[in-house]
Design a protein around this ligand. Structure first.
Ligand code: ADP
Ligand code: MG
Length: 345
């Protein structure tokens, strides 16, 4: 496929998947720019993320379908983290000349499938040749009602610290994929398939994010991409507060507990790419969320992700961002808990 055939293939893959874009005033793939109407009373939220072969993925380790899913999921998750509604996405690809065509078709098929699932039409992108490996850059656009974006700076002392779903599954899935696990034969169990799936095909909490955001008393929110020990620090720093986390409250899947009884807490705190939501909320908001909430028109599984309280926001003591860990398992050093950092050796 040449550049224009590929663009055409992508355009065709999405044709018919999203009705009514034109009626809504949206112009997508095919012109110099996409045209997005500004709905009065709303703000746009935009995020972009790059995946580079050799840094974020190895072509031999991750199937094309899973890679397309993950590329989209990690970006849709950023929209979820603001409590925003989907508007669309842009996909920029740098591909080696000899890239396998079947691989490319699988990649586009999964990108289309997840886009349809979460309601993000593909509105444009770029396609170029690479002299090195594959690069994938996804840009996502969402919208929130004026002033209703949930920023990292919004946490208040006294808030409860909450997460959706379970934590640490993706890091365990990666451990299995890389064959690092020693002494546990888990490669072919239901548990290992579940964990690998959570690593390759994360579930962006798009509907859940809107549901959480709609509850009064929900304050700061972000998605967990580097592990809660690292990501919570961003909220604390931006909000000028501290926190206390009770490790006995971390929501762990039964698969993680079964296969990694000794490392589950470590994975939950420090493992990346869970793409669950981390937020802070008042007691009333937590009470409402724990009973579940519904937003009209959301997917049927929107309210089915449990919300778990894992700690409290406290006043900041001194200048340093501080997380106090309760019930930390023996052997884990609170000073050494951090998530993934690309520029740290
Ligand atoms: P230009 O040179 O004006 O940027 P391009 O030839 O790069 O135009 O792209 C033509 C159209 O195809 C544009 O609407 C662009 O957004 C879209 N497009 C290009 N590559 C992709 C891609 N990988 N995914 C989706 N849309 C794409
Ligand atoms: Mg171009």
């Amino acid at each position: 496929m040449g550049e224009f055939e590929l663009i055409d293939h992508i355009k065709q893959a999405f044709a018919g998947s999203f009705e009514g874009l034109g009626d809504a005033g949206i112009v997508g793939i095919g012109d110099d720019c996409a045209v997005l109407p500004q709905d009065s009373g709303y703000q746009s939220v935009v995020s972009t993320d790059m995946l580079v072969e050799g840094t974020h993925f190895l072509v031999d380790d991750i199937p094309a379908y899973q890679l397309g899913w993950k590329a989209a999921a990690s970006n849709f998750s950023d929209i979820a983290a603001m409590g925003a509604q989907p508007v669309g996405s842009f996909l920029a690809l740098a591909l080696p000349k000899n890239v396998d065509e079947a691989w490319l078709q699988e990649f586009i098929r999964s990108y289309r499938d997840i886009s349809v699932r979460y309601g993000f039409p593909l509105l444009g992108g770029d396609t170029t040749a690479s002299k090195g490996g594959i690069s994938i850059c996804v840009t996502v656009v969402g919208k929130v009602r004026q002033g209703e974006a949930h920023l990292r700076s919004m946490a208040r002392p006294g808030d409860f610290v909450c997460v959706t779903g379970t934590m640490g599954d993706s890091a365990a899935g990666l451990d299995i994929v890389l064959g690092r696990t020693r002494g546990v034969d888990c490669t072919n169990s239901d548990e290992s398939r579940y964990l690998v799936d959570r690593h390759y095909m994360p579930t962006p909490r798009v509907e859940m994010g809107r549901c959480i955001a709609s509850v009064p008393g929900v304050h700061a929110m972000m998605d967990i991409s580097d592990g809660v020990a690292s990501d919570l620090r961003h909220i604390l720093k931006a909000s000028g507060v501290g926190a206390e986390i009770d490790c006995s409250l971390l929501p762990l899947s039964s698969a993680l507990r079964a296969l990694y009884p000794d490392r589950a807490t470590e994975f939950a705190l420090c493992g990346g790419e869970d793409y669950e939501l981390l937020f802070t909320a008042s007691e009333d908001a937590v009470r409402e969320l724990v009973h579940g909430c519904d937003i009209p028109g959301a997917g049927s599984d929107s309210a089915s992700v449990p919300v778990t309280v894992i700690g409290r926001i406290k006043e900041c003591v001194g200048d340093d961002v501080n997380i106090e860990y309760l019930n930390l398992p023996n052997g884990l050093d609170p000073m050494k808990l951090h998530g993934y950092d690309h520029f740290k050796k």
